[in-house]
Design a protein around this ligand. Structure first.
Ligand code: 5GP
Ligand code: ZN
Length: 111
């Protein structure tokens, strides 16, 4: 999926404010933040969304899940954060490359 926006960000072809990167995933600031900290955490691998996951992606997904709290702590979110994943048009997904919104900074009770 060479024309995918998030694939291009993953490959460094489109600039993004990258805060974390490893062999599995990259985390960068959302261009339109909905919270003081609003990151998008994406696998380098092009997976459209949760519907598109295959059994062979299980280890990758587990490693990324384990990485989310690590990134959150690095961002100073030691007392809580929110993850959101929109799936499909009716789920509000706009960019069809799997991503976890990681939101935090201040209380999210009212959001
Ligand atoms: P979705 O609606 O698919 O769950 O979320 C897509 C997110 O990507 C939105 O929050 C939107 O602000 C963000 N976004 C869209 N285009 C860009 C971009 O070019 N750069 C960055 N950093 N974020 C983007
Ligand atoms: Zn992609």
């Amino acid at each position: 999926m060479s024309d995918c926006l998030f694939c291009k960000i993953s490959r460094g072809e489109i600039p993004a404010d990258v805060v974390y990167k490893d062999d599995d995933c990259i985390a960068f600031r959302d261009i339109s933040p909905k919270a003081p900290v609003h990151l998008l955490v994406i696998p380098h691998k092009h997976i459209e969304n949760l519907y598109d996951l295959r059994k062979e992606d299980a280890d990758l997904m587990a490693r990324i899940l384990l990485t989310l709290p690590k990134i959150a702590r690095q961002q100073g979110l030691g007392s809580g954060f929110r993850t959101v994943t929109n799936t499909g048009h009716d789920g509000g997904q706009e960019v069809f490359h799997l991503h976890f919104h990681l939101l935090g900074g201040g209380s999210l009770h009212s959001l």
